[in-house]
Design a protein around this ligand. Sequence first.
Ligand code: BGC
Length: 420
Amino acid sequence: MKYLFPKDFIWGSATAAYQVEGNNTGSDFWAEEQAEGSPYADKSGDAIDHYRLYREDIALMASLGLKAYRFSIEWARVEPAPGQYSRSAIEHYRDMLNACYEYGLMPVVAMHHFSSPQWLMRIGGWASPSVPERFSKYCEVVFQELGSLIPYVLTFNEINLPVMLRDVFMNNGLVPPVGIDSASWRAPQWRESAARLCGTTVDNYVTFHMISDEAKIALLKEAHIQAREAIKRVSPQTRVGLSMALSDVQSVPGGENIAEERWQLYFRKYLSMLEGDDFFGLQNYTREVYGQEGLVRPAPGAELTQMKYEYYPEALANVIRKVAKDLSIPILITEHGIGTDDDVRRVNFIRTALAGLHSCIRDGIAVTGYLHWTTFDNFEWNAGYSMTFGLIAVDRSTQERHPKESAHYLGRIAQTNTLE
Ligand code: BGC
């Protein structure tokens, strides 16, 4: 069976600055890693040194056949102190964008991907009423300089992740690896230490992953709206959106209501935030099944990925169909991937998911592109370097890149616009 994709379909892969650049010493995650008793498995250190090697990396992506590259800009680099912008960091990102064009890749940029400047924590983090203004000002400065080079931007990556994390951890009765909700969780000691390293106290230490109550969600919404306005003002041709993490929420008999509630909480609750956006960034990894008692664990013997997610590539098409019911803007898959050391499973995962995605397009749903998570094996937050989601392996002792078969596979699909 051959599946031909629409002309102009966007094919590429994605990274996030903090996970690949290395030495983001001004970001809150750096403090979390260095904190006493930190639960992070590794320190990010040089990461995969993408801050230095981006030109070679972009050339490599192009040589594999990929046609788009999603990356993020690290706020703490561009604005290392409140209101103080780094010309050098802006020029760095300008050169990344120019390199994309030189090698024929379309850039897709995220302005925020989990990590925030440490200085933000000194003024109350994501609970500070000044957050919308500060975030939109940072976006405005970047777009004044680079807007003409950015056709697509995500203001935020996974605005709904904090709510999902809170939910998952509360249901498991586990203390979360990252502090989720100041009201619901007594801060583990390490967070006090991280706050100290940011130059503040734990009550001020409100990271992005803690935006899970109404007041903070309202601030996040305002930050997105003001940022979108600022971007559109200086760069009207840029298409603006945000991304959400969405599992395929399913139910078995008795679990229908819980599944419905979850979908409401994870997705529909945020719909008003998307009004005025140009596209929707959808990110999917697996499914969640609900029964009478709540989350149903994958059946014994079910294939699990390194993240202990169920291997379930059919989820992508299911989620596309579900979100499409509520959306009138095009859908761009801004992340989809699998943590595995078996690259044959990755190829299979991509193939099955793309066949499903194609059936959605055939049924008239506007899906405009697919960006695989992730280009390189990289720093998987609190799991450190143990998770291998990449199309390209990296030997971190030499920083040599080794494309896997899945990289060639996706590159061929991108070149031919066809899935076989
Ligand atoms: C995040 C990435 C992360 C990936 C795999 C997504 O939720 O945006 O930063 O590496 O999932 O866990």
